[in-house]
Design a protein around this ligand. Structure first.
Ligand SMILES: *[C@@H]1O[C@H](CO)[C@@H](O)[C@H](O)[C@H]1NC(C)=O
Length: 323
């Protein structure tokens, strides 16, 4: 299109717009920048971002927020059991970048919620805690204990468990948000957490038929088992809160699935975990707590959060503090 034609076209478009917009249009209703519920939901996510930051930073660099960004810890205790992982150079590079991304996420959340931000909760990212989770997922006692820090495959398998939980939390929180600022922040967080999840899943997918040594279990089977465990835990959490049976809903899928769960029921490969319309699954904070506590109960802390998670939502069920 010539410059002149383009100018004519935009003049016409402008005119059309003016005609269609009544001069005395009422201002659209203002939405607050954030409501108290927005702040609680965003603060809840801070718990997960702290966990991700520490787990990734330690694995890549051998230190966490206390060295990388001490101003973001709020004086919360250093995590239990973080350590540098034995990673190949590409994985170390990827994980290091993801750890640094989490630093930005924590800063953005803290800036957004101001005084509602809490210090880093007590986190347990030790080999022993991971070993327990993997044993439960595989319904066995692995010998030797599963060590997430031992090699790239183990580390990526452990990582498989983390951004995905954050992602489902953001999808679940989104429809409840009112304020523009909170929506913008959560969309930005969701975008990057989904990206991280896709990176981890793709890396594992390329190795899905390899064995997790020395256990003889394939990578695909291990992811399926971890996803099944998370489905069970969040279902259990809803059951205890409801004090009665609730339908079993799948919101977590491994790298291989029965065809009925694959995209358009047409594949058993499952590079991303998503529903029948290939939309991301969402979870409530209560479901997330049931998973990250490894207890299937938002009132019973444990797992990565030996003293519980922090903030109004988590502390409705368990007051943060002594184990
Ligand atoms: C777990 O393992 C035990 C003992 O081998 C077995 O009895 C039980 O059925 C298994 N549970 C599941 C859910 O597979």
């Amino acid at each position: 299109m010539s410059k002149k034609n383009a100018a004519v076209l935009s003049a016409v478009l402008l005119l059309l717009l003016q005609v269609q917009t009544p001069a005395a249009e009422v201002e659209p209703p203002r939405t607050p920048d954030s409501t108290p519920r927005d702040i609680d939901l965003t603060a809840f996510a801070l718990n997960l971002e702290y966990l991700e930051a520490e787990f990734f930073l330690f694995a890549a660099y051998g230190y966490g927020l206390d060295k990388q960004a001490p101003y973001l810890t709020g004086g919360g205790p250093p995590p239990i059991g973080g350590q540098k992982a034995n990673l190949d150079p590409v994985v170390r590079d990827i994980v290091g970048q993801m750890g640094l991304q989490e630093v930005g996420h924590i800063r953005a959340i803290k800036r957004s919620i101001g005084p509602a931000a809490f210090p880093r909760p007590k986190l347990d990212i030790s080999k022993a805690t991971w070993a327990k989770i993997v044993d439960t997922a595989l319904n066995t006692t692995l010998e030797p204990q599963f060590d997430p820090y031992a090699n790239s495959i183990n580390y990526m398998l452990a990582s498989y468990a983390i951004p995905y939980v954050g992602l489902t939390g953001y999808v679940g929180a989104n429809p409840q948000l009112v304020g523009k600022a909170a929506k913008k922040l959560v969309a930005g967080l969701l975008g990057v957490e989904s990206g991280q999840d896709a990176i981890i899943r793709t890396w594992l997918y390329e190795r899905k038929d390899e064995k997790v040594e020395p256990y003889g279990v394939t990578v695909a089977l291990a992811t399926d088992a971890i996803s099944k465990l998370r489905n069970d835990l969040d279902h259990q959490g809803l059951t205890v809160l409801k004090k009665g049976p609730v339908p079993y809903v799948i919101d977590d899928e491994g790298l291989t699935v029965p065809r009925s769960l694959g995209a358009e029921k047409a594949t058993t490969g499952n590079i991303l975990s998503a529903d029948a319309d290939s939309l991301a699954y969402g979870r409530t904070p209560e479901q997330i707590l049931s998973i990250i506590y490894s207890s299937g109960d938002p009132r019973k802390p444990g797992g990565f959060y030996p003293a519980g998670a922090r903030g109004n939502i988590a502390e409705t069920y368990h007051k943060y503090g002594p184990e």
